[in-house]
Design a protein around this ligand. Structure first.
Ligand code: GLN
Length: 487
């Protein structure tokens, strides 16, 4: 009974809630039990919100009792929130010690939309500090473990959100993707992760990392659920000027891939460090799509090699500016013994930020400094335009692009922590879609030796429908579904 509740999809649970086979409070209790049983090993949650969840579940039951038809598909569904979304009156720290104790006075728009929909908030999930990382090992608190093998990382930076869904500790979750932080952990945990076009979901109240790259999106156990959550999160928000006002039409979700042209970018299949197992799983997935009626075409993204360098200039540059606000005066940590304001700034930032954040602040400040701006930031932005053009040209020849999401399966905890460059290489296949602002989906393809592999689908700007349609077609034809890890 309780596994049925913690291993199910939003769609299944919505049906059961509506048919009164289960109440929102019972659903919450099943999840609390599951979290109690497995989170000691997984460590997906930084903090839980049991009183809030209880109130929300009771309110959801009232809504469910009152109106059958007007009930939102997320009413009563337990969700986990990455610790980068301001959540009113709930401690929100972006995985950083510098924000310890910070309780935002308002909700991020994404959080507000889930709250209005009647979702039940289980708690805040672990992430790399300020979303900088690919493994959650840069969290200022502790690393999260992969539910499929607890000696391995769940990916990052939204590793806690991914692990929570993969471990049956939440029905769905939300995360942020600046260079792959939704898709890469989705790949490593066997979940569905998606970010839409830049500006599809409001970033108001998302603790900023790199503003020209930050995207918001869901983790779920099916493409159908992914569409439901994206539909709830999306939509114009006057509080985020980059959030556009264009309808999201996902009515073609089940139309299949017959007649669609899928592009295979040559460079994405030749990246350094691509594991044989990942290659095999993706080759099989491509065969499945072909058999389902897709036409495959080879395309080229010639500036792929420069993506990593451009991203690791643009993202640190923007974060060095965004993180200037953490100075010990307005939020979280502060040094009570400091004798001058400057000393307080310096001590707070030295104490409060971890090594990776400090590394990026230094790199970014350097890249933006007078005399270097043109050589680094401006140049990286020009490369970014070339990368965007590569995609534009590729989409002249195809409707969507498919590839692996990550060149490797989940790696061992500690394996890359001593080598920042090795960690940065995790993002080589995902950050292009962030630099170009395009929809990017990761869904599970056949696992290799019990470890999940992710299939990535990238679609043109504003065409989230195409990425999801391809993902749904693969899900139906392959029978490979996002499963909950046996813990
Ligand atoms: N791993 C990348 C980084 O460290 C991406 C992070 C993200 O998407 N937030 O910057």
């Amino acid at each position: 009974m309780s596994e049925e509740l913690t291993h199910a999809t939003i769609a299944e649970l919505h049906g059961r809630l509506r048919r009164k086979e289960v109440s929102a409070v019972e659903l919450l209790e099943a999840h609390e039990k599951r979290i109690d049983a497995v989170d000691g090993e997984v460590k997906a949650y930084l903090r839980r919100t049991p009183e809030l969840a209880r109130r929300q579940a009771e309110e959801a039951d009232r809504r469910l009792a009152a109106g059958d038809h007007g009930v939102h598909p997320l009413t009563g569904i337990p969700v986990a929130i990455k610790d980068v979304f301001c959540t009113k009156d709930v401690e929100t720290t972006a995985g950083s010690r510098i924000l310890a104790g910070f309780k935002p006075p308002y909700d991020a728009t994404a959080v507000a939309r889930l709250r209005e929909a009647g979702a039940v908030f289980l708690g805040m999930t672990n992430c790399d500090e300020f979303a900088m990382g690919s493994s959650t090992e840069n969290s200022g608190y502790w690393p999260t473990h992969n539910p499929w093998d607890s000696t391995r990382v769940p990916g990052g930076s939204s590793g806690g959100s991914a692990a929570a869904v993969a471990a049956g500790e939440a029905v769905f979750s939300i995360g942020s993707d600046t260079g792959g932080s939704i898709r890469q952990p989705a790949a490593l945990t066997g979940t569905v992760g998606f970010k839409g076009t830049y500006g599809r979901v409001s970033r108001h109240g998302l603790i900023a990392f790199a503003s020209s790259l930050d995207h918001v999106g869901p983790f779920t156990r099916s493409i159908d659920d992914c569409a439901t959550v994206l539909g709830t999160l999306a939509g114009h928000d006057p509080l985020d000027s980059t959030c556009f006002d264009r309808p999201l039409d996902l009515s073609t979700l089940n139309d299949g891939v017959k007649g669609l042209k899928l592009g295979l970018p040559r460079e994405y299949f030749e990246v350094a460090g691509m594991e044989e197992g990942v290659k095999r799983s993706i080759a099989e997935a491509i065969d499945v799509l072909k058999e389902a009626g897709a036409e495959l075409v080879e395309v080229s993204l010639p500036h792929t090699d420069y993506g990593l360098a451009a991203y690791y200039i643009v993202a640190p540059a923007e974060c060095s500016s965004n993180l200037a606000r953490y100075d010990g005066v307005r939020y979280g940590l502060s040094d009570p013994k400091a004798e001058t304001v400057l000393e307080n700034y310096l001590n707070t930032r030295r104490e409060g930020f971890g090594a990776e954040v400090r590394r990026r602040l230094m790199l970014g400040t350097y890249a933006l400094s007078s005399g270097y701006y043109d050589a680094y930031y401006l140049k990286a932005m020009k490369v970014r335009t070339l990368i965007k053009r590569d995609f534009d040209e590729a989409f002249q020849k195809c409707d969507a692009i498919v590839s692996a999401t990550s060149p490797t399966v989940a790696f061992k905890i500690g394996e890359k922590t001593g080598d920042p460059l090795a960690m940065y290489l995790c993002d080589v296949l995902t950050l292009g879609a962030d630099l170009a602002g395009l929809p990017g989906l990761s869904l599970p393809s056949r696992a290799e030796d019990g470890l999940p592999v992710g299939l990535q689908v990238i679609s043109p700007q504003f065409r989230e429908d195409l990425a999801l349609q391809v993902g749904r077609a693969y899900e139906m034809a392959s029978g490979v579904l996002a499963e909950v890890a046996p813990l």
